[in-house]
Design a protein around this ligand. Structure first.
Ligand code: GSH
Length: 204
């Protein structure tokens, strides 16, 4: 299998950590792809018309898009119920938490695109501030969440690490560690896992 990948993408990082944790990383080639809003990539658009990373390309050529769907696929390949609990209240807590975190990542990415990619004269500060605020309030919510203390690794914990790593990578001065000390302790604990450590985005 091939995974379209960029070390800067928090969504691709989520899938990479998942593959390592499930023991499937040796079956996956990480294939570097560059995508950016406002820049066509005709070759990649043939693989994924939405032109987003990551995509999992199966050995028969079929493609799976969206990081969460790829995680579901890999989880099933590994036997099921590993990082996404198979049933019961925990399943719905993990899925709910993952959706919130995914929305936080979407908002952070939109901020980044607005502040960096969009020409300066066209930037809309109230809009990007609103999106940053969503991510920030999301962090406040997770500061109080049982995600931080669950003993079995799950996809919500992995995605929370990707949110915090992306904050370090693209919003280095935002001060999340000071504002959210429990998230800081969680992040430091998670960095002890080789999958998390190896996938930290490189310095920008
Ligand atoms: N819902 C998607 C989001 C993926 C996404 O937004 N990826 C970004 C890279 S971090 C991307 O491809 N952006 C390029 C663009 O939107 O043009 C997922 O979870 O895989």
């Amino acid at each position: 299998m091939k995974l379209t990948y960029s070390p800067a993408s928090p969504f691709a990082r989520k899938v990479r950590i998942t593959a390592i944790e499930l023991g499937l990383i040796d079956k996956i080639d990480l294939t570097p792809v560059t995508v950016a809003p406002g820049t066509p990539n005709d070759e990649y658009s043939k693989i994924h018309p939405l032109k987003k990373l990551p995509v999992l390309i199966l050995d028969d050529g079929d493609v799976i898009v969206d990081s969460y769907v790829i995680v579901e696929y890999l989880d099933e390949l590994a036997g099921g119920g590993k990082l996404i609990p198979a049933a019961g209240p925990l399943r719905w807590n993990v899925k709910r938490d993952h959706s919130l975190l995914q929305g936080m990542l979407d908002s952070m990415l939109l901020c980044r695109y607005e502040n960096i990619t969009r020409p300066e004269a066209l930037r809309w500060k109230a809009w990007s501030d609103d999106h940053w605020n969503r991510a920030w309030l999301g962090m406040a919510r997770f500061e109080q969440s049982d995600v931080l203390s669950r003993s079995e690794l799950d996809i919500a914990q992995i995605t929370l690490v990707c949110v915090l790593g992306y904050a370090d990578f693209r919003f280095a001065d935002c001060g999340w560690r000071k504002a959210y000390p429990k998230l800081d302790a969680f992040h430091q604990r998670m960095l002890e896992r080789p999958s998390i450590k190896i996938s930290v985005p490189p310095p920008a």
